[in-house]
Design a protein around this ligand. Sequence first.
Ligand SMILES: Cc1cc2nc3c(=O)[nH]c(=O)nc-3n(C[C@H](O)[C@H](O)[C@H](O)COP(=O)(O)OP(=O)(O)OC[C@H]3O[C@@H](n4cnc5c(N)ncnc54)[C@H](O)[C@@H]3O)c2cc1C
Length: 363
Amino acid sequence: MIAIIGAGPGGLTLARILHVHGVDAVVYERDASRAARTQGGMLDLHTDTGQLALREAGLEEQFLAVARREGQDFRLLDHTGTLLLQEDTPDDAPMARPEIDRTDLRDLLLDSLPAGAIFWGRSFAGADPRPGGGYVVRFADGTSAECDLLVGADGANSGVRALLTDVRPTYAGTTAIEGSIHDADRTQPELAAMVGRGNYWAIGPSQTVAAQRNGDGTIRVGLVVHRPEPVLDADPATIAALLDGWHPRFHRLVEACELPFVVRQTHVLPIDMTWSPRPGITLLGDAAHLMPPVGEGANQAMLDAAELGRAVAANPDDLDKAVAVYEPVMQTRCAAVAKRSAAVARLMSGPDAAQEMLKFFQG
Ligand SMILES: Cc1cc2nc3c(=O)[nH]c(=O)nc-3n(C[C@H](O)[C@H](O)[C@H](O)COP(=O)(O)OP(=O)(O)OC[C@H]3O[C@@H](n4cnc5c(N)ncnc54)[C@H](O)[C@@H]3O)c2cc1C
């Protein structure tokens, strides 16, 4: 039995791929139910990573039915309001990086699992090696479960990670202040037209205003601030001060958000983090390689799941061998991706970030 901690994109993709291969696996998730909290905005899933994993999971058709081709639209501006780049997606454009609502992705994966494959309301509290191999996993509600392999897919603040390494994520010098405009076409038609069908970024010195249309008509807005000390909380006056000198349209976009704003500090793990392999346990996704949020984390988590699922399917009677095949390949791949992601994050935080990002997208 394989126990997966966490029902994010990584954990659920692994559970599905293992079930496709006839391997017993269950997911233990801290949330009380699938509807316990909103899942956040959109994810763009790439052909060779997130979409590849969904193909291996036998879910490509279901994905294409809910993916938003037009979500690939992109507008890039500078903080004065000058439009630098506009990419509109033709109706027959390839689905290279279509957007999918996180809720749609989670539902698609959950619906693909057999009954009883997920336990809600089980918050991982610790695990002890079992004599003879595997782990006994303890949950905050006092229950426990046994497994032959424990997979930590429990995200940025992973508790499973602590069984393999003392390394913890550190603040990356970026804080995102996030809000939403619901039913934007009706409530804020001018702003909705300005943002368009996909992503809308305005980049200024040390800050970005990023807006994104979701499938349900909500526009999610983020003011991303790059500075050594984290922004701890945000009210309209703080935000107005941060946007001093920016074109009034960006003030209007942020002011249209429903209060309160959510303030999220970005944390990262060291780019080349590894750990000494231990029998009966491994990590995937943000638990293994937390990188700046520049569009790779979920894609890599799902590719981890595909690679681990493949390794287990090839070695069903020797799970430690499967982990030995999976971990070094995953760690090498993700170190390279984390390095690239950190470089993009640095470009976005520089003094001439708008022009740098224009060059990046044109190149
Ligand atoms: C603003 C933003 C935008 C992003 N945009 C993109 C994008 O466009 N494309 C992309 O590829 N990536 C994007 N990312 C990154 C992406 O969200 C993550 O990399 C991805 O969600 C990681 O997936 P995961 O399955 O490893 O972890 P998570 O999605 O974090 O899932 C972990 C799961 O574990 C559960 N859990 C946590 N602790 C416990 C516990 N103790 N016990 C049981 N369960 C637990 C959580 O409730 C959660 O369900 C973005 C990130 C941010 C912050």
